[in-house]
Design a protein around this ligand. Structure first.
Ligand SMILES: NC(=O)c1ccc[n+]([C@@H]2O[C@H](COP(=O)([O-])OP(=O)(O)OC[C@H]3O[C@@H](n4cnc5c(N)ncnc54)[C@H](OP(=O)(O)O)[C@@H]3O)[C@@H](O)[C@H]2O)c1
Length: 306
């Protein structure tokens, strides 16, 4: 049994994908109200995959964090700011050999959970799929992306990953997941806050924020290099431009969060980058200015600043 903590867009997408591939899953919902609401719909999920012209209905079991069954595998699918508390709520149920897979965007929550679970193998992932929920029981898999999984302690790939791949799940293993997370963080630190502040789709940044992208890239490259992540400025700029062009019509997750009045994951993007720069006394004025502007913007929208 695979336990999935958090039944939001990513949690439901992974539950559906794993269950359809033949791996039984169990959702863990935060409280009795959420569980009752889920069960009121008989645990049915309507999954629409517009790209594949598919619409399927499947049934997913759910339980509470304090259910008695031990957890052998835990996939954590909450937002980054909720992950530590969510893991704490089920930590007592993890069997000694349980593996944990973290899907959170940004950085910082992963390291905190690794410290929280020193005896378990904790895997990190980056995900570029796009999924959203029109309601608690409906999921739109808007874009198929890439999932890269790795072990920050650089151990071998786990057996479950091979089994999942053999059953048709497209997942990649990377021996240096920290380098992958840093690269994604750098791209997120440039795109997310600027699109939020300018209130524009990703593609407009090339025209409207060209100079700022340049400054931010320079500082992010220096920061990564200081943390032993080799990536030339040219390659970072090329990758950033590619992502902006490939996602030109998309609204970044931070812009969407602000539009919906939801807490953002800024603390796990710019916040993490600034704390990392502070650790090494590295000057990053462009990142700092961007963070200050975003904090002001969030405050004027009445949203949490962390
Ligand atoms: N959605 C995407 O397209 C996408 C793509 C790439 C990466 N990601 C990343 O994936 C992560 C998850 O994003 P998401 O879009 O799936 O977020 P989401 O739709 O907001 O789902 C998060 C879920 O976690 C649940 N949760 C929070 N605390 C919990 C707790 N203590 N116990 C149980 N459940 C708890 C929430 O439940 P409540 O409703 O009860 O709060 C919510 O259902 C984020 O880091 C995001 O950046 C998302």
């Amino acid at each position: 049994m695979l336990h999935i903590l958090g039944a939001g867009s990513m949690g439901l997408l992974w539950a559906a994908r794993l269950q359809r591939a033949g791996f039984p899953t169990q959702l863990i919902l935060r409280n009795i109200e959420r569980l009752a609401a889920w069960q009121a719909h008989a645990g049915q999920l309507e999954l629409t995959d517009p790209g594949q012209h598919q619409h399927i209905s499947l049934s997913l079991n759910a339980e509470l964090p304090d259910s008695p069954e031990p957890i052998r595998f835990l996939l954590v699918a909450t937002k980054a700011y909720a992950a530590e508390d969510a893991v704490r709520s089920v930590q007592h149920r993890l069997s000694a050999d349980a593996d944990v897979l973290l899907l959170q965007n940004g950085m910082g929550s992963q390291q905190a959970i690794s410290r929280q679970l020193p005896r378990h193998r904790v895997f990190y992932a980056t995900v570029t799929d796009g999924a959203w929920r029109p309601s608690a029981h409906q999921l739109i898999w808007a874009g198929h992306g890439q999932t890269i999984i790795g072990d920050p302690r650089q151990g071998p790939p786990p057996d479950w990953l091979t089994r999942w791949q053999e059953h048709g799940l497209t997942l990649e293993w990377h021996a240096d997941i920290m380098a992958i997370l840093w690269r994604k963080l750098a791209i997120n630190c440039a795109i997310n806050p600027l699109t939020a502040l300018l209130d524009c789709p990703n593609g407009e940044l090339l025209e409207r924020a060209h100079g700022r992208l340049e400054e931010l890239s320079q500082e992010l490259q220096l920061l990564m290099s200081a943390f032993g992540i080799p990536l030339s400025l040219d390659i970072l700029r090329t990758q950033l431009d590619q992502v902006i062009r490939q996602t030109a019509t998309n609204s970044s997750s931070m812009r969407q969060d602000i539009h919906c009045g939801r807490r953002t994951e800024i603390d796990f993007m710019l916040g993490f980058a600034l704390r990392s720069a502070d650790q090494l006394s590295l000057a990053v004025p462009a990142l700092r200015k961007l963070n200050a502007e975003l904090q002001t913007y969030l405050a004027t929208h009445g949203l949490p600043l962390d």
